[in-house]
Design a protein around this ligand. Structure first.
Ligand code: SF4
Length: 235
């Protein structure tokens, strides 16, 4: 069961990292992995390590309004995809309209806590081709799906960063070879380079990935990640 939420997008100002973005940013947060009544995995390439940190946070705040709202949105998407995507497209276009009027550009991160192909779904279910709004909107995401990186590597306003995990070394190297950015979590201070690629501080802001080219976005281990033994966090 779910109720139709008034809004799907959250203001990036509520997130410690997106708060530091230069661009005004909106994020869509769902309940990650298989945290839904249908047990559908909305992060199909999640590793044990990343899912463990995500699910721990979800478990800890199981009754919090944040988790309830994310779960409700996920149930909405899984039960009425078309209406959900139509509502999402409407919200995006409203933000873009305001940005256009005021003369700025907005950023959207639709996979705040999921790994789905919203660019495809927006086109299919709501006839919204995000290329048509590239003057005032840029979309970005982290993904663990190499196929998505390949599909969108040349897209004019959808920037994907491949997320390195303990079980995707080959895909990580392939993503770097393709020219994509890769994010990696480090236990201690960030190294200058990793796998022969320059490391930038990915914690500085979330939208750093929009302009960065073929680098490692190094993230410092936080919270549960500090206890990681899976290899998700690089020592
Ligand atoms: S893929 Fe991302 S959102 Fe999904 S479980 Fe892993 S870290 Fe969380």
């Amino acid at each position: 069961m779910y109720t139709t939420p008034k809004k799907l997008l959250s203001d990036g100002f509520s997130n410690a990292k997106t708060k530091k973005n230069d661009l005004k940013t909106f994020i869509l947060y769902l309940a990650p992995y298989n945290q839904n009544s249908k047990k559908i995995n909305i992060c199909p390439k999640a590793s044990k390590g990343c899912a463990a940190s995500c699910l721990f946070s979800a478990g800890r705040g199981a009754m919090s309004s944040v988790i309830l709202s994310r779960t409700n949105k996920t149930e909405y998407l899984l039960n009425d995809k078309k209406t959900f995507i139509e509502q999402l497209a409407k919200e995006i276009l409203t933000k873009v309209k305001t940005a256009k009027k005021k003369g700025y550009k907005v950023a959207f991160r639709l996979n705040g806590t999921s790994d789905l192909d919203f660019v495809y779904m927006l086109k299919k279910y709501a006839s919204l081709d995000i290329e048509t709004i590239k003057e005032n909107a840029v979309f970005y995401d982290y993904t663990k799906i190499l196929g998505k990186v390949k599909k969108y590597i040349k897209h004019p306003n959808y920037k994907l960063t491949f997320s390195r995990a303990e079980d995707n070394e080959t895909e990580t190297l392939e993503a770097l070879k393709l020219g994509a950015n890769v994010s990696a979590v480090f236990a201690n201070n960030l190294p200058k380079s990793y796998k022969g690629f320059k490391v930038l501080d990915g914690d500085k802001s979330d939208d750093i990935m929009i302009n960065a080219k073929n680098v490692i976005l190094g993230l410092q281990a936080k919270g549960e990640e500090k206890k990681d033994k899976s290899g998700f966090v690089i020592n």
